[in-house]
Design a protein around this ligand. Structure first.
Ligand SMILES: [Zn+2]
Length: 359
């Protein structure tokens, strides 16, 4: 994946861990939310009549962006299954997973990009998509596609394009490079240029009815799902994000997947306001899945992370993972009595790193 930053410079994407598999429920794998079944089938039917511009529109917090990403993954996969789900095994899926797919480009505002979360403190990230970001597409369009000539650009949210950016995109839509598909994601399509709208096939994404949204939230482990859903303005994904600890958990999971690069002290600082027992539980779930992928090739708590987690445990002995699990058990007991959260977390993360780097 190429991510075009504010200066229009290309840089390799850091992957899309933020949203990976958020559409999965339980052990059953799916690349769309339960309320998007018709949309997914519609999109799959479109494979036979390639488009140049798609507009996925609908309310905020209903999973439009995830659908766009999973559709892009599906289009680029070399061996999608009958339902169109990407195989997650082929080289294309590997690249996609690792954020290095040469035929995929994600354009979003700095405020939304993963990089921004780790950006310079004090600098407010821009909420706009700039003209340089769109112009940067020229290089992407100029490169020849690596597979089957298909290339996908996701623009999210499309209304974040300022007028210069929108006009630059319009040129691309008027003379689309061969094989290029632009997927615009928007919850304010009325703010888009009519000329852009007229060049895109518009697809309405429904909001789930209350019953299915509550059911889905309950499956995600959200407590009081009905109340949480209402408080989020009936945007189920928003409701998940608003769960206490959601951001912290995401940061932890991003960090522990690269033990060698794990900045123990910075992460401990980030996590010190979260209950220590909860942090240990997150690590326990992570380690449980590391063990499970090693022994059984499947995951329970982190569906869709098969490739990343499988790689991570490749050179780790099963016994080491068992010892790590034992250590976490005792750490969980200790977490209930600890007086210095910061020190406790540092020691927890240091020990994790030590186990993971043991050879
Ligand atoms: Zn694949």
């Amino acid at each position: 994946m190429i991510v075009l930053n504010d200066d229009g410079e290309q840089k390799p994407g850091k992957g899309i861990s933020r949203l990976k598999n958020s559409a999965s429920t339980g052990s059953e794998r799916s690349d769309f939310y339960p309320w998007q079944k018709h949309n997914w089938e519609h999109l799959q039917a479109l494979r036979k009549r390639p488009q140049h511009g798609l507009l996925l529109k609908g309310n905020k917090g209903i999973g439009k962006f995830d659908l766009a990403i999973n559709y892009a993954r599906s289009l680029l996969c070399q061996h999608p299954d009958e339902a169109g789900f990407a195989c997650r095994q082929c080289p294309s899926c590997h690249w996609f997973e690792q954020g290095t797919h040469p035929d995929f480009c994600l354009i979003q505002s700095e405020a939304l990009s993963v990089e921004a979360e780790e950006g310079e403190p004090g600098k407010k990230p821009s909420k706009q998509i700039s003209v340089d970001q769109i112009r940067g597409l020229a290089d992407f369009a100029g490169m020849s596609a690596h597979q089957g000539g298909r290339r996908v650009v996701v623009i999210h949210p499309a209304e974040a394009m300022n007028s210069n950016a929108a006009n630059a995109l319009l040129k691309n839509l008027e003379e689309p490079p061969p094989g290029m598909l632009f997927i615009l994601v928007s919850h304010k399509p009325q703010q888009l240029l009519p000329t852009i709208l007229s060049r895109c096939l518009s697809i309405n994404l429904p909001s789930p009815d209350t019953k299915s949204a509550v059911h889905w939230l309950a499956e995600q482990g959200v407590e009081n799902p009905a109340a949480v859903l209402a408080a989020s303005g009936f945007a189920p994904l928003q409701a998940v994000v608003q769960q206490p600890g959601f951001e912290e958990r995401a940061k932890l999971l991003r960090a522990v997947r690269q033990p060698a690069a794990l900045d123990v002290y910075a992460l401990a600082e980030t996590l010190q306001k979260t209950e220590q027992v909860v942090v240990v539980q997150w690590l326990q779930q992570w380690t449980y899945d590391l063990n499970r992928i090693k022994l059984a090739g499947t995951l329970r708590y982190h569906p869709g992370e098969e490739i990343v987690m499988g790689k991570l445990v490749e050179s780790i002995a099963p016994l080491t993972l068992a010892r790590l699990q034992n250590y976490l058990l005792s750490a969980k007991r200790e977490a209930q009595h600890t007086l210095n959260p910061r020190l406790f977390l540092e020691s927890l993360l240091l020990t994790y790193r030590q186990f993971m780097l043991e050879r």
